[in-house]
Design a protein around this ligand. Structure first.
Ligand code: ZN
Ligand code: ZN
Length: 369
């Protein structure tokens, strides 16, 4: 096709799409409680943790193309920490005559997921859902926007995808917007809900959605305006500046809180050894005097070692540095020696370097990069 005929085709298709009002994505939110707004933006992103997204396919239903991976790439830049995709074990469920997954089945799939807790997002991709008419729904508790503090540590963030509803509500615009693009947008949109933006109360009337049409978390229930947006802006897969600003503000506030000496750490919330170890390392070895806290570092690293039955050389290495920072060099030498004994070849040079320091009654300092 020549450039001219391509342009004419595009123009005709756009006009048809607008006239028919079919080029749209009807992404309606689950009913939200306006009082539940203004929740903190998803904390792990602010603290720089590891967040795992586990996708579970029900009866062979999957996200087309690499739409799930693309969606994760879209939100990755809003995470201070690491975002990982874990392929969940596909499940086969008896969906009965209506072919739709029941809430009970959904809950049991979640219970069987490999990942749980507030550092995980479980995405269940089903051919149809009995309990929802929306293409996709994000929730943290039993209902959307349940206050996170009230929930236990094992509840993961959850996204349910309803492929049938998606097909029914999400027509494609040839050349502009494929079904795969629709899936990418839908999953990006739901992942942004998991981040908790926009958290400002002024958005409550939009049921937790942004009020700016260029934003991925804008609620696109109006078919014509959606088609208009795609044709003019392309599929909006990014947060608007305001929403992004909200995230950045929470990230820096959380960082300050994290390093606040007066703040007490709830060990249950830092249940995973890797988080305890990461925080302890910063508190033990930072070259910033305002950040170091030897006592706290010992507490956190001890817990990380307990949880791994004193068999992780990296955590023992952290504990040694924490003791050195707290001024207890005898313990520092003891644990550094244990770390060395457990270590594989690759770490021993670093470990020996620190052991030498501790023998000379000196703590270890991480230099700023
Ligand atoms: Zn939404
Ligand atoms: Zn926005």
């Amino acid at each position: 096709m020549t450039l001219r005929s391509t342009l004419i085709t595009c123009l005709l298709v756009s006009i048809c799409a607008l006239l028919l009002g079919t080029g749209c994505l009807a992404l309606r939110p689950a009913p939200a409680d306006p009082n539940a707004m203004n929740q903190p933006v998803f904390e792990p992103l602010a603290r720089g943790d590891f967040v795992t997204i586990e996708a579970i396919s029900v009866n062979g239903q999957t996200a087309p193309g690499k739409s799930l991976e693309s969606a994760i790439d879209n939100v990755r830049e809003y995470f201070a920490g690491e975002l990982r995709l874990a392929e969940g074990k596909p499940v086969e469920v008896d969906l009965g005559d209506d072919g739709a997954l029941s809430m009970k089945q959904f809950e049991s799939i979640l219970a069987g997921a490999k990942n749980s807790g507030p550092f995980s997002i479980v995405v269940v991709i089903a051919p149809d859902l009995e309990f929802s008419d929306y293409p996709a729904v994000y929730s943290f508790g039993l209902s959307s926007n349940t206050a996170r503090e009230k929930l236990g540590d094992t509840t993961p963030h959850r996204i349910s995808v309803n492929a049938r509803e998606f097909d029914r509500r999400v027509p494609t615009i040839p050349l502009f917007f494929s079904a795969r693009d629709g899936w990418e947008h839908m999953i990006t949109h739901e992942l942004c809900h998991a981040l908790g933006v926009p958290s400002d109360k002024s958005h409550a009337w939009m049921n937790g959605h942004c009020t700016r049409p260029g934003c991925v978390i804008y609620n696109r229930s109006d078919k014509r305006s959606w088609a208009w947006d795609v044709l003019h802006l392309g599929p909006p897969n990014k947060l608007c500046n305001e929403c992004e600003r909200e995230i950045r503000a929470v990230q820096s506030a959380a960082k300050e809180q994290l390093l606040d000496h007066e703040q007490s750490y709830d060990l249950a919330r830092w249940a995973k050894p890797i988080y305890l170890n990461g925080l302890s390392w910063i508190l033990a070895t930072s070259s910033n005097d305002k950040i170091r806290n030897g006592e706290r570092a010992v507490e956190l690293a001890t817990r990380a070692c307990e949880l791994t039955e004193w068999e992780n050389d990296g955590f023992l290495d952290t504990l040694a540095s924490a003791y050195a920072e707290a001024g207890d060099f005898d313990s520092a030498i003891e644990y550094q020696t244990k770390a060395l004994k457990l270590a594989e070849e690759k770490n021993t040079e670093e470990y020996r370097k620190r052991l030498k320091l501790f023998r000379g009654r000196k703590p270890y300092r991480e230099f700023k990069r």
